[in-house]
Ligand binder design. Sequence first.
Ligand SMILES: Cc1cc2nc3c(=O)[nH]c(=O)nc-3n(C[C@H](O)[C@H](O)[C@H](O)COP(=O)(O)OP(=O)(O)OC[C@H]3O[C@@H](n4cnc5c(N)ncnc54)[C@H](O)[C@@H]3O)c2cc1C
Length: 413
Amino acid sequence: MAGRIVVVGGGFAGLWAAAAAARTRDALGRDDVITLVAPGRSHIVRVRCYEADLAPLRVPYDDVLGPIGVAHVDATVAAVDPAGCRVVLQPDPVGATPVALGYDRLILAAGSALRRPDVPGADSALDVDTLAGAQRLAAHLERLARAAAGSRHAGRWEAVVVGGGLVGLEIACELPARLARARDHAGDAGPVGTTLVDPAAQAGQAMGAAGPAIRQALVAAGVAYRGGAGVAAIDAAGVTLSDGTRLPALTVVLATGLRASPLAGMLGVPLDPLGRLPVDAFLRVEGVPEVFAAGDVAAARADAAGHATVMSCQHARPMGRIAGHNAVCDLAGCRQDSLPFAAPDYVTVLDLGPWGAAYTAGWDREHLVSVGAAAKAVKRTINGSRIYPPPGGDRAAILAAAAPVVQAPPAPG
Ligand SMILES: Cc1cc2nc3c(=O)[nH]c(=O)nc-3n(C[C@H](O)[C@H](O)[C@H](O)COP(=O)(O)OP(=O)(O)OC[C@H]3O[C@@H](n4cnc5c(N)ncnc54)[C@H](O)[C@@H]3O)c2cc1C
């Protein structure tokens, strides 16, 4: 029997959903057609967008999906039509007749995007949410480096990062060194400065046991923390805070949180405050039997205590693998072989730039597992290999890595 499985999204959830679906399809001896729809030709290792070297972030879809018999359609889904069991692709070129893809089971894994604050100028501020955003930041720093030395623009070597969560902390700790390199290249002198702006009174306030390490790392990197502050406006020359303070800065990076893909809103079910779909233990969208959802687009129960999944690569990858497996079991009529999702061990490994990193365990990040260089080694392993698919187009290795399991947390370092 051959059914049609469509996976929307090629991030951590979508890539692994497609691979897991292929693994279970092959194990059951089925001929289902599995199609992954995502724009571009590469899976992007999004968690690395705060890094300076962007070259390793692209993993060609052909290298992973080709060997396991999954088709990739380079397109953006404009609409999901659950009643008609089809997704409608964005016409290319714009104005052409839209193409629709029918499905027997859909796995929605379209991820999330930066939620920009509703203030003047926010639309043109920089970000590290996507590879395109990270490239724009790199090009901006290059332009600063190339501008004539002595073009004394107030804020030329100043950056403001808006948002002191995980992404804001990671990019804030990187920016001083990147600004210093640009300044040196420009042959300029004088200090560089980075200010992290957030409503929380203290940096790392929501980071549990990692708080002290975060504050040390910010001081070591030369990042000033501006707590209790909101942003009123952003322009090409800096940021105006809600109390009227002006922070001159040619580099303004937003890290103001995420919101799930608008495709989630097309299934006609109530969404959570982050715009995520409610899914059952098997990652099926509640009330929409043909549709599974995984990654940032879905809110699943992660443990017996009722913690919900966090928008994270940590949860997106296993959710994808389990959704892919379950979608094939469902299609094959062997629901009894479906697996419930559970990820009771929540950890955070936060990069803190040249100072090191902080590794915490627990939903409130209450246990400090390691800090400094030891945690940085763990972060390098995660970012450099743990979250990558097996290289070299090795079919058996890719299918093995797609087994519907939740990896144990990384070793302490
Ligand atoms: C700088 C940064 C650092 C981070 N650090 C960490 C970390 O240390 N640990 C951690 O666990 N998480 C981290 N995260 C969060 C993590 O990146 C996300 O939670 C994760 O990427 C979610 O995976 P996903 O597959 O659900 O979505 P995404 O990775 O966002 O992938 C979505 C996919 O869907 C595609 N897509 C979107 N819309 C459409 C459409 N309409 N049609 C077709 N395809 C579409 C996209 O092109 C992409 O392929 C970080 C995020 C950022 C930005």
